[in-house]
Design a protein around this ligand. Structure first.
Ligand code: PLP
Length: 389
């Protein structure tokens, strides 16, 4: 019942048959992406058909990788509001400022989209034990979807991960290990133990299906905006799954004849304390170096080395977009500004979008009359320690 034709390496284009468990490309070690027969998908997945469909990301069923509906593991993720931020927009002299509010997802972040897709596929392929390193929200989401699927979850987080994330995982029945180090150290621990333990590694982009969940962000933006795309998308980037996913969704929608070839300017925002993509983009490089001494309260952005770096940077460049670093003080101050103006208690990562927008306007890279979407990727309430009030 799915329309998957094969998986394909995003770097060397080696093809792999669907229906098997995969991590990275066996030839070059880069991420695999799922490819579909989009002509077949478009026969039943029409823009008109969507009005009567489920209010979750699974409304785009034909471009999702799961074969049998019985294997879909869902808590109602996706189909989140695109809020017209009129008061915040007014303070910036902008009429068309929007916030895609992902804090209303199950487990309060957009990680739910990726994990719903990944755990559904893991279930379909017979996986019993899943493992992942996480800066916090991915662990909470994996714990929830694994519980719902009846799987064991093994989660590795830095010791200084926000406490709410750790408590959440434990209460959702997962096996939690705290590591003295960064998410990359946690990833190394999963890699070291997974074969002996029989774990399937669900790390960002080392697993091909999380990005399929995240790509629904792109479908939702287009559907909500009446099959147009915004002019600018500002996205707080850690591993980059959401940005890579949206970029893939735009190509899929164009191939199905739903949208034209115009693309939003894709903007990565990172914290000055961990800005590997910004650094590589500014140097004109395609691959990012490991960012030394990574530190930021926006824990989802504390990814010193992203395996999909080239996919993020390619999308930014092809779209005429940009990459911006903001300080932790700026992003924390922006949480209150967004909260007080719009009633959304944003995650620090979401807060980062606002100072980034101001910088882009100052630099002349974004105009005040453009239609801009800020991504609030998670919920501020999970980062209580980060706020002084
Ligand atoms: C994980 C996370 C991010 C970064 O997402 P990527 O897809 O890894 O770039 C941003 N914000 C929050 C709240 C997150 O949990």
């Amino acid at each position: 019942m799915n329309n998957v034709t094969h998986l394909e390496c995003a770097a060397c284009a080696t093809q792999y048959p669907a229906g098997r468990v995969y991590n990275l490309c066996e030839k070059c070690g880069k991420p695999l992406l799922v490819r579909y027969d989009l002509a077949a998908a478009a026969k039943s997945l029409t823009r008109e058909s969507l009005s009567s469909r489920v209010s979750s990301m699974w409304r785009y069923r034909e471009v999702m990788p799961v074969d049998s509906d019985e294997n879909i593991v869902t808590l109602g993720e996706g189909w989140t509001p695109l809020l017209h931020a009129k008061r915040l927009g007014k303070s910036l002299d902008m009429d068309e400022l929007y916030i895609k509010d992902e804090s209303v997802n199950p487990t309060q972040s957009f990680k739910a989209r990726g994990m719903s897709a990944a755990v559904s596929m893991a279930k379909e392929l017979g996986v019993r034990k899943v493992a992942a390193p996480s800066a916090g929200n991915a662990a909470g989401a994996l714990a929830a979807y694994a519980a719902r699927a009846g799987m064991e979850a093994y989660l590795f987080m830095p010791r200084d991960t926000p406490r709410a994330n750790v408590v959440e995982c434990v209460e959702l029945g997962a096996n939690v290990t705290l590591i003295d180090g960064l998410i990359t150290d946690c990833g190394a621990e999963v890699a070291r133990r997974k074969d002996a333990e029989g774990w399937f590694d669900v790390s960002t982009l080392k697993e091909p299906y999380r990005v399929e969940g995240k790509k629904t962000l792109g479908y939702e933006l287009a559907e909500t905006l009446g099959w147009t795309l915004p002019d600018v998308i500002i996205y707080p980037t850690g591993g980059g799954t959401g940005l890579i996913g949206m970029w893939k969704a735009f190509d899929e929608m164009e191939e199905m004849g739903w949208i034209g070839s115009a693309r939003p300017k894709m903007v990565t925002v990172q914290s000055e304390g961990c800005a590997p993509i910004v650094t590589a983009f500014e140097k004109g490089e395609r691959f990012a170096d490991m960012f030394p001494n990574a530190a930021t309260v926006a824990s989802g952005l504390r990814v010193p080395k992203a395996i999909g770096d080239f996919l993020i940077i390619d999308a930014i460049r092809k779209s005429g977009g940009s990459a911006v670093a903001v300080s932790d003080a700026e992003l924390i101050a922006a949480v209150r500004e967004i909260g007080a103006a719009e009633g959304v208690f944003a995650a620090p990562e979401g807060g980062a979008c606002l100072p980034a927008l101001r910088k882009l306007i100052e630099r002349g890279e974004v105009r005040r009359d453009e239609r801009v979407v800020l991504f609030n990727t998670g919920a501020g309430i999970k980062y209580i320690e980060a706020f002084s009030s």
